[in-house]
Design a protein around this ligand. Structure first.
Ligand code: GDP
Ligand code: MG
Length: 646
């Protein structure tokens, strides 16, 4: 929904724009510079809500609640809520807590206690916790703000021309003097249009801002959505749209490959409209530009449009404070040590500055720009490679220049300790198993779900069935659905939006499974739609039966196949992970899609029967009632294990 519309609607309902925006977010409406017709229904719902007085139920108490830390001494608690020590101690004793006035009580106790006094409290937010000593953290005075260049990412379906477009953009801008020189690749490039700078990030857009968003950072100001005119909207195009919308980043559509005989820009526009993107000549306000990256046509026009869209955003930053921004990429270089490409977002970064990036720290030893030149100082919206960090930070980490080396080290080490602790307490994300508990505690009002399936039909069927499960307590949002296996990008999106992932007849790769585990994302794989729906339904009622769960014990790759008379096809396989076992169940995965599920019927090492074959060994595997094995297939062995309940 557009900002103006929010403003008007807020006025009409006589509430603050801020309140309305948070309400809109509950209904998944992002406030951007765009507007779509879909939103009219939601506006009606919200109007109804406010008119019936239900809309502002929970926003009010939150505002007045007193912030408390995770642990507080009884004395400080008394001060905070403005009650006498005697009153508080008496209540505590009646609750069965015997504490001295200097003793610390945890937030839960403090909250219960506060309730006794009819005082609303809340756990001090992450921002307050994040305020670290030594990190410069103040709001800029508007008069200190200067214009800054826009930061752009390019997204779209594979082969639609993202790389070609970036190349074409760079080429248009290469000056004669540079043309021959080899420019060092730093994952970002700067181009000039009528003397105005634009910064392009090379990282595929999805990752660029989804991983950043998962860490609460946003880096891009505008997303360029590349759609091939001869191919139209494809799965990754939709994914890109979802990512951009989720991050609230305005989109400019580049309809590419206009030179191709089969190009059909109108069809592209039509398809985009079906996905909530209404281009200008269709009455919407999304800019679309026809281009040919191959022939270099329309590129100037696209760049002009970017400049225009950026001007509308009035992007500003204070260049005169300690530099801060985001790590875009980082790696360990054999000769140069940890190397990070960072985007300076505020202030300026100079060679010699002490710096912390995530949990790594150091001093900026050298800065290299996109042209491969050493520079001394980087202002807002500049991407530079920096040397001098103690170790490799994560993409998406924020970095800050600080006043001294000592501070940098202290902050870095404190963060390291904190991460270690956080890992121990493994952050709890929503999972089907504990959904009901969260619902009961009022923590979950929405369940975000990502659906991946082998065919579009299943995606649609699941989406529709899931949507019907929404009730008064929980709203089910399918935030993304697509054909294909579960990817890292899905896990990132799930992390960013606290979603669970439901897959049909697909298998995530080991890398993706590991990532899901690391990020605590609940990924559930089903063979039958009805079972998935039933699980979600049960989870909402707290009746999910998590007593048995399958555990993958190993994976083997089929390297050759042999036909054995009277027995069938046997796979000559190599155990890549875990082990194969003769009594295990198995599934056959081809290109991430499950094509058969059944039992291992025979397992041999050379000529001998084997009970188990471990990683790194070759073996012969037979599958009960199945012969269509092919080279490259993955045999995944699993067992059904009982989950021990506490
Ligand atoms: P990416 O996967 O989105 O980065 O796509 P690429 O930039 O690698 O392009 C995929 C293929 O499309 C390559 O063979 C390009 O040469 C071709 N291609 C890209 N842009 C155009 C274009 O404007 N016209 C034509 N005819 N081909 C293009
Ligand atoms: Mg590419």
């Amino acid at each position: 929904m557009s900002k103006t519309r929010v403003y008007q609607l807020a006025k009409e309902l006589d509430i603050s724009s801020k309140e309305l925006i948070s309400k809109l977010e509950e209904y998944d409406v992002e406030v951007t510079n765009h507007m779509s017709t879909l939103e009219d229904d939601i506006i009606e719902i919200i109007k109804e809500l406010y008119k019936s007085g239900e809309g502002n139920m929970n926003s009010a108490d939150d505002e007045n609640a007193i912030g408390l830390p995770e642990s507080i001494s009884v004395k400080d608690f008394c001060d905070k809520i403005g009650k006498s020590v005697t009153e508080v101690m008496t209540k505590l004793v009646s609750m069965g807590v015997f504490a001295t006035i200097n003793q610390e009580i945890d937030f839960e106790t403090a909250e219960t206690l506060a309730l006794e006094f009819d005082v609303a409290v809340k756990l001090e937010g992450a921002e307050e916790e994040e305020a670290e000593y030594g990190i410069e953290d103040f709001e800029d005075d508007p008069k200190d703000l200067k214009d800054r260049p826009p930061v752009i990412t390019v997204m779209g379906h594979v082969d639609h021309g993202k790389t070609s477009l970036l190349d074409a953009i760079r080429e248009t801008n290469v000056t004669a003097k540079e043309a021959g020189g080899i420019t060092q690749h730093i994952g970002a490039s700067e181009v000039y249009v009528d003397g105005k700078k634009i910064v392009f990030l090379d990282t595929p857009g999805h990752e660029a801002f989804t991983s950043m968003r998962a860490r609460g950072a946003s880096i891009t100001d505008i997303a360029i959505l590349v759609v091939a005119a001869d191919d139209g909207v494809m799965p990754q195009t939709k994914e890109a749209i979802n990512h951009a919308k989720a991050a609230g980043v305005p989109i400019i559509v580049a309809i590419n490959k206009m030179d191709k005989p089969g190009s059909n820009p109108d069809r592209v526009k039509q398809e985009l409209s079906e996905h909530g993107i209404l281009v200008e000549d269709w009455g919407g306000d999304t800019i679309s530009v026809p281009v040919s990256a191959l022939k270099g046509e329309g590129i100037d026009n696209l760049l002009e449009m970017i400049v225009l869209a950026a001007e509308m955003q009035e992007l500003k930053a204070n260049p005169n404070r300690l530099g801060t921004g985001v790590v875009i990429e980082a790696k360990l270089d054999k000769s140069r040590g940890p190397v990070a490409t960072v985007l300076v977002q505020k202030g300026n970064l100079k060679v010699g500055d002490p710096i912390v990036a995530g949990a790594s720290f150091g001093r900026v030893r050298a800065m290299i720009n996109d042209k491969g030149k050493n520079i001394k100082k980087a202002n807002p919206s500049t991407a530079v490679e920096i040397l001098g960090l103690s170790d490799v930070p994560n993409a998406g980490d924020t970095f800050n220049a600080v006043k001294s080396d000592k501070l940098a080290r202290q902050i870095g080490e404190k963060r390291k300790a904190k991460f270690r602790e956080a890992n121990l307490n493994a952050t709890t994300k929503v999972s089907l198993e504990d959904l009901f508990m969260h619902i009961q505690e009022g923590e979950v009002k929405e369940l975000n779900i990502i659906v991946k399936a082998d065919v579009q039909g299943s995606v649609e069927a699941v989406k529709q069935s899931l949507a019907k499960l929404s009730n008064n307590e929980v709203k089910i949002n399918v935030i993304h659905g697509g054909v294909g296996t579960v990817t890292e990008s899905d896990i990132l999106l799930a992390t960013a939006s606290n979603a669970i992932i439901i897959g049909f007849n697909v298998r995530p790769s080991s890398a993706v499974s590991n990532m899901a585990e690391r990020e605590n994302v609940d990924v559930r794989i089903y063979r039958v739609i009805y079972e998935a729906i039933e699980d979600v339904q049960k989870a909402m009622k707290g009746m999910l039966d998590p007593e048995f769960r399958e555990a993958v014990i190993g994976k083997a790759e089929v390297r050759a196949t042999f036909k054995v008379p009277n027995i069938g096809t046997i796979a000559g396989a190599y155990v890549k992970e875990g082990k194969m076992a003769r009594n295990a169940k198995m599934r056959l995965v081809r290109d991430g899609i499950v094509i058969f599920e059944g039992d291992v019927s025979s397992l041999k090492r050379f000529k001998d029967d084997a009970k188990e074959v471990q990683t790194g060994y070759e073996c012969g595997i037979g599958i009960a009632n199945y012969n269509d094995l092919r080279e490259g297939d993955i045999i995944e062995a699993y067992i059904i294990e009982e989950i021990k309940r506490d």
